[in-house]
Unconditional design. Structure first.
Length: 495
């Protein structure tokens, strides 16, 4: 019995023979790992051992693992505990292990002000973060009124909002709130709300997009069917921007312009129906009026003259540099419609139209496509009349009625860049100039369109700048400051 016990004790207390190589862990880089950065293990060998025989293995929760060095970014999760182990092919070399935990990385945020249409000296303004609030982060809220700082609130506990008293607001003031979340390592994430104007009874929800690269144009299915107007080309957008979650409504248009030009008042009688029946110049005047309302520099310089409205064409020199509201470019519209390139199908939820003749004169109610999901569940307004905005499901990014309802005016003139094969020349921040040329483009198709192709995300539709009618509306956009949003905003709620 004594001999057996001795053997067990000796086996449990093995000591490396003198001269055996040893594996040594020096440090992690960064010393406190964060989820959105790779983690590198620094190590060395003491003794005679080929470094090529050493393996680095990472092990995390829920059987997460990775072999190699460094551990790639976004492999770990906030506050998760991991171990990293050094081992060698030589069984005589003992492994060595280091345990560590990921720091809480400040997540992307969406900031909003409630209420969105405040009355002066009646409604308090409350700055809130829409999303998860983490106890491990500190939050700072900074208020701006008419572009000038109006106070900072530092909150070291979980941020549950900050309030401006109604007594400190006045009609016409434009308020925004900026929130910064910071972790113990000094890393931060900042997001700002859209402007809220006191005493203005409209609010236009916007969805933000970070810069990125995607393939603009027809899908392989559309090309195979012989229906492509433009073969794919690689497009890079270098500036963050936001685009309306909904098509502009009659209510919004009337508040800015003073009257409603719509021709569908007998078939769609809600103030939330999309406005239609305007020329391109009217859309520019509306965008400038909206910019002035929210204390932003107008994009088009529209002004009255004895001949009527006059707008400056100079915007085409750098449409992306404008601060105020404007029409989206074709590249921005399709980038947003395709969820920043994540959806490369024909339809908002990724389905592909399967009609035998892409130009056949059928109503969209008769279209078929892969997935057998009804078109209205694809977010396509597919009726014989327009519908109130937000009546059907949004895209993954939160855009409603991106296909159907009314066709949407864009900044560009109609442009065909390639009809004979893929365009192999990448382009950056493209714009088909000038916007005031006789031929302007529309996107998204309309509720009464015939021909499946017009409902495809990559289809550019031609029209004259002076064209008008009950199927032509608009969606607004705006270039954001140089600091891009961290991610696509979650879908806004239906009003």
């Amino acid at each position: 019995m004594w001999r057996l016990t001795s053997v067990l004790l000796l086996a449990a207390c093995q000591v490396e023979p003198q001269g055996t190589p040893r594996l040594r862990i020096d440090a992690l880089d960064p010393a406190v790992p964060v989820t959105d950065q790779p983690v590198t293990l620094a190590w060395h060998v003491e003794g005679d051992l080929d470094p090529a025989s050493v393996q680095v293995d990472w092990t995390g929760p829920a059987d997460a693992s990775f072999a190699g060095n460094p551990l790639p970014a976004n492999t770990g999760t906030s506050a998760a505990r991991w171990t990293v182990t050094l081992s060698a092919d030589d069984a005589g070399v003992l492994p060595t292990t280091l345990a560590f935990a990921f720091a809480v990385a400040p997540p992307p945020m969406q900031v909003s002000i409630r209420p969105q249409t405040p009355a002066s000296e009646v409604d308090d303004l409350r700055c809130t973060v829409d999303g998860d609030i983490l106890d491990a982060l500190s939050y700072t809220a900074t208020w701006f009124v008419d572009g000038e700082p109006a106070g900072v609130a530092a909150l070291t506990t979980a941020f549950d909002g900050d309030t401006v008293s109604a007594h400190d607001t006045r009609d016409g003031q434009s308020w925004t709130c900026e929130v910064t979340a910071t972790n113990a390592q000094g890393q931060s994430s900042t997001a700002a709300s859209g402007p809220v104007v006191v005493g203005v009874p409209i609010h236009i929800p916007m969805v933000a997009f970070a810069p990125g690269t995607y393939m603009e144009g027809a899908t392989p299915q559309e090309i195979a069917a012989g229906a492509a107007t433009n073969y794919p080309r690689q497009v890079t957008l270098t500036r963050p921007f936001e685009i309306g979650a909904y098509e502009v409504t009659r209510e919004e248009w009337t508040f800015v312009m003073g009257s409603d030009p719509s021709g569908n008042t007998d078939t769609c009688d809600s103030p939330r129906c999309p406005v239609e029946n305007m020329v391109w110049l009217d859309a520019a005047v509306f965008a400038d009026g909206l910019s002035r309302l929210f204390h932003l520099d107008p994009c088009y310089g529209c002004r009255t003259s004895p001949e009527g409205w006059v707008c400056d064409p100079g915007l085409d020199a750098d449409v992306y540099a404008c601060e105020g509201f404007r029409l989206p470019t074709a590249a921005e519209w399709e980038y947003a419609a395709r969820d920043a390139g994540a959806n490369m199908g024909s339809l908002p939820l990724g389905g592909d139209l399967l009609t035998t003749d892409w130009t056949e004169p059928v109503t969209c109610r008769n279209f078929t496509f892969s997935g057998a999901v009804p078109l209205q569940q694809q977010g396509v307004v597919c009726t014989d009349r327009p519908a109130a905005v937000g009546s059907f499901p949004p895209t993954a990014s939160g855009l409603y009625d991106i296909i159907g309802n009314v066709a949407e005016r864009i900044q560009d003139r109609y442009d065909i860049w390639s009809t004979h094969g893929p365009d192999t020349t990448p382009v950056t921040d493209p714009l088909a100039r000038p916007s005031v040329a006789p031929s302007n483009a529309f996107r998204g198709g309309a509720y009464d369109e015939a021909g499946a192709l017009r409902y495809c995300l990559g289809f550019d539709q031609s029209g004259h700048t002076s064209d008008t009618g009950p199927t032509i509306g608009l969606r607004i956009a705006r270039t954001l400051p140089a600091t891009p949003p961290q991610a696509i905003h979650p879908p806004p709620s239906v009003p």
